[in-house]
Design a protein around this ligand. Sequence first.
Ligand SMILES: [Zn+2]
Length: 152
Amino acid sequence: MVKLAKLYFDITHNKDKLGTVGHPEAEYLGVTLAAGPDGTNCFASAIVRESGKQMSCFWQFESPIGPTDEVRIVHTSGGTVLPPSRRFEMGRAARQDWSDSTCDFCHQDATQAARLFPGDASRPTICSECVETRYRALHEIERDGNAADSNC
Ligand SMILES: [Zn+2]
């Protein structure tokens, strides 16, 4: 039997409150600062129970975290929780995305993009346009590479 608890964190970036994340029936709640070549952002994720189903929730904060910025994570007893940016049922082969997801590259949603390929914990969501753009870019690089070779 999995133990569930009320888990909430208040997240503050410098003096701005980003919001409260959490759930009344959570198995896990984590807040991450993720840094990459494009900058640093804050994410939160939770594994929760809703109507007997194990759900995964993600919160993504758009405000970029500067090099000397302070992020405060305070364990609280509750509050007005931000709606997760992504939410899906866990343990399904064909994973069902319950949220209005958007492309992680161009931020188009399902109504704007021709097709949206939902991501999961380890893969980003991508739309068909972004797949095409990157596919073309990849082949241009390969073609340019071949052209350079043939010039030698
Ligand atoms: Zn896109």
